[in-house]
Design a protein around this ligand. Structure first.
Ligand code: HEM
Length: 497
């Protein structure tokens, strides 16, 4: 009896596969032959490849094509391999691709209402209100506060790079809320559990992203109840203001006292009545979502990016000497005062940030969901509302056509006369109206932390570290793939080279 049931189920699955896997063939979109149930996604499903590498592997087999299709289980995903098409999706025809598609964040998670996850007009209204968080004058105030309450302190000796950068990033983002994190141990533990991806967690992520109903039915969630509670409490405490005031909190308090987010039809990029008012209730959960977004992005994404940057600077002592010379000269020019303007002048350090992020993107691909049926310009390719489009950013960033010897860390390639022609070959923060809102903030933070460190110390990789380090992206954001120990020697102590 059991065999009959298994055989019937297998036959039904094969029929379902055949129906689903006709999608790209019917549209004339190139793709590799899918396998039953997994489509093309088995390397990701079994944890053998992170998604960024998965898209890149397919791209290498479609090098001469402007686009190609993959099946993530039964879900058809269009992958773009042409910078003009990328520009249409991210910028020129943004209103047809305004949403991020469904991914691992489940409805119970404290991250569910964060900006990245909001859709349609609610996203537009929220982003519109949050955008003033990062003007140049607010950056200066944030920098003053970082220097006052989260000044990165370094001491001579040896430490593990990623841990140190995570601790600094936590202090810095808390200072952005005008606060300090009180229970650092509980917080660090929650952060670790949040980002650690065991094989079981990996399977859960697969269910959450690709079979959300089944995941909800079986009680799976992105984070455990304990982590969810800690992170919600931390976000709430940061928002309720237990320390100095901050521009971000004032912004949120402004929204809270209005009770609503309000925008005119003409402020939205949609057709319709331009004078119509769009009003959304500013619920507690929505405000918590925004605080969580800033906290989450300010922690992992920034800490890991800073970890990669520090690693490259420690491993390339010639680059390190140039950064030090640049920072020392700028400090002398500005009366030994750190300021947003002074950081802006550190162009070589900026080049290092860009180069490190080109090689080690914590988010190696971008995604969008079609918000209306759309035909790609200059092609017969059509996409329907709700379908997913991927932009394989890391493939462009590591393409020798755009960046000769792409594996090499060469900040010089970002100098004025050498930089690549198209801005769509460098996408670590995304691009267009959904580009990362915290880009200025995190670049400022990285320049400040590394700049300060290098004026006082020489930083070298300890012999304890197995070199070279690479990156892993099996979890939500990429990070160094092993512990990296660095040694700091005070510059005037006579021990440095
Ligand atoms: C180095 C650190 C960071 C990296 C690499 C990074 C990267 C990204 C990327 C790739 C996106 C998606 C962009 C797109 O789809 O086009 C994004 C979105 C976002 N990021 Fe960041 N981020 C970082 C730090 C931050 C920080 C510190 C904040 C806030 C303080 C922040 C706030 C946001 C917000 C609000 C969004 C959602 C934008 C939207 O959907 O409208 N990020 N980030």
């Amino acid at each position: 009896m059991i065999w009959i049931l298994v055989s019937v189920a297998a036959v039904l699955l094969l029929i379902y596969d055949r129906l689903k896997f006709r999608h790209w063939t019917k549209r004339g979109v190139p793709h590799l032959t899918p396998i039953p149930f997994f489509g093309h996604y088995h390397p990701v499903a079994f944890g053998l490849q992170p998604p960024g590498m998965f898209y890149d592997c397919h791209l290498q087999k479609h090098k001469d094509k402007k686009y190609f299709g993959v099946y993530e289980y039964h879900r058809p995903t269009l992958v773009l391999n042409d910078l003009d098409l990328v520009e249409h999706v991210l910028v020129k025809d943004f209103s047809s691709f305004a949403n991020h598609p469904r991914w691992v964040i489940d409805e119970s998670s404290y991250l569910n209402q964060m900006t990245l996850n909001l859709r349609g007009n609610l996203w537009r209204a929220t982003r519109y209100r949050l955008t003033p968080s990062f003007t140049a004058s607010k950056m200066q105030l944030a920098l003053d506060r970082i220097l006052r309450i989260a000044s990165p302190n370094f001491q001579e000796g040896e430490f593990e790079l990623q841990d140190k950068m995570s601790a600094i990033a936590a202090d810095v983002i808390a200072s952005y809320f005008g606060a300090t994190i009180q229970n650092k141990d509980a917080f660090a533990q929650a952060m670790f559990e949040q980002t650690y991806t065991s094989p079981i967690r990996h399977v859960e992520y697969q269910f959450l992203e690709h079979f959300p109903k089944l995941a909800a039915w079986s009680g799976m969630s992105l984070f455990s109840k304990k982590i969810d509670k800690t992170m919600r409490e931390t976000s709430r405490a940061l928002l309720s203001g237990c320390g100095a005031t901050s521009e971000f909190r004032s912004l949120i308090e402004g929204i809270k006292s209005d009770g609503v987010l309000r925008m005119k039809g003409k402020d939205f990029d949609i057709n319709g009545n331009e004078e119509a008012d769009h009003v959304f209730e500013a619920t507690d959960e929505l405000l918590l979502g925004q605080a969580s977004q800033f906290l989450f992005a300010g922690l992992d994404a920034t800490a890991n990016t800073m970890g990669f940057l520090a690693y490259e600077i420690a491993a390339n002592l010639d680059v390190q000497a140039k950064v030090r010379a640049e920072v020392t000269a700028a400090l002398a020019k500005h009366g030994n005062q750190w300021s947003y303007e002074m950081l802006h002048e550190l162009t070589y350090l900026q080049n290092c940030v860009q180069e490190s992020m080109r090689i080690h993107s914590v988010k190696p691909f971008l995604f969008r969901e079609a918000t209306r049926d759309y035909t790609f310009p200059g092609t017969n390719l059509k996409i329907k509302t709700g379908e997913k489009v991927v932009i394989p950013a890391i493939s462009f960033q590591m393409d020798p056509q755009h960046y000769p010897e792409p594996e090499k860390f060469k900040p010089e390639r970002w100098s004025e006369d050498a930089r690549p022609k198209s801005k769509f070959t460098w996408l670590p923060f995304g691009e267009g109206p959904r580009q990362c809102l915290g880009m200025r903030f995190s670049i400022m933070e990285m320049k400040l932390v590394l700049g300060k460190l290098l004026t006082e110390f020489e930083m070298t990789i300890s012999p304890r570290t197995a070199m070279p380090a690479g990156h892993v992206t099996l979890g939500i954001v990429g990070r160094l793939d092993r512990p990296v120990y660095v040694r700091l020697n005070r510059l005037n102590s006579g021990k440095t080279s």
